[in-house]
Design a binder for this molecule. Structure first.
Ligand code: MG
Length: 248
């Protein structure tokens, strides 16, 4: 498999700073194993920005399965709090995926940022939000669409930066040629329902989809920071032989 990725972030129209962070920051393509991640920080005194940055730095520096990366990220945020007590109370979400050239993808997730998979025109949310609104959905008290704008959607049930023993959600997915993966912060899916995300996500190159979605979220109000990262999964990776054949 070969991966082509693009990411972008925008402060939105209501916030005074951007506390989201994503990885990798540079758009690109390649056939090597890769890590993609989105973190949405929270906390006063610039704590949100520090937390999401510390989490991603911690995850990128770590080895192992996604669950190990999320725990390393959590440790990095906890350590940053110990170093500067003004930052106490800061935290962050973290949704990350390790993509392998053989098509395996492993996802690690805590909080309410999301991973979605677009396959054959169908958009599926892969992760489950760790917030109170999701709990109400599971109890059958509100619908998924009602959860989107529910006041309790901002009450996270889990985030990095508070406790050691996180319950990291892990997923294994077999990627297929033509799949498009998206990670996003809640500044996207809080403003747009999936039915509006899908046609924009389907359109053009990864960077077109990223900036099209950010623009649409801002048009819908831009209440929060918006971060979108898109990865296209194509065949032909894992060797120059096939690329050579294709070009002759
Ligand atoms: Mg947010």
């Amino acid at each position: 498999m070969k991966f082509t990725w693009a990411g972008g972030t925008h402060i939105g129209r209501k916030r005074s700073n951007n506390e989201d962070t994503f990885y990798p920051e540079q758009d690109g393509c390649g056939g090597e194993a890769m890590l993609v991640a989105v973190a949405d920080g929270m906390g006063g005194h610039a704590g949100g920005e520090v937390a999401s940055r510390a989490a991603l730095d911690g995850a990128v520096a770590a080895d192992g399965a996604p669950i190990d990366l999320v725990h390393a990220a959590n440790a990095a945020v906890l350590e940053a709090v110990l170093e500067d007590t003004d930052l106490a109370g800061m935290g962050t979400t973290l949704t990350l995926a390790k993509l392998h050239p053989d098509g395996r993808m492993a996802v690690g997730h805590v909080g309410d940022s999301r991973a979605y998979l677009l396959r054959g025109g169908r958009l599926d949310q892969l992760t489950i939000d760790h917030n109170m609104a999701q709990e109400l959905v599971e109890q059958g008290k509100i619908t998924r669409e009602e959860a989107r704008n529910h006041p309790r959607s901002s009450w996270l049930t889990q985030a990095l930066g508070f406790v050691d023993n996180l319950e990291v959600e892990e997923l294994m997915i077999d990627l297929e040629e033509g799949d498009r993966l998206m990670l996003c912060s809640d500044g996207l899916n809080g403003m747009l329902p999936d039915e509006q995300i899908r046609p924009i996500l389907e359109n053009g190159a990864p960077s077109d989809a990223v900036w099209g979605l950010i623009e649409a979220a801002n048009r819908a109000g831009g209440n929060d920071n918006i971060t979108v990262l898109v990865v296209d999964i194509d065949g032909g990776g894992g060797g120059s032989e096939r690329e050579l054949q294709a070009s002759t």
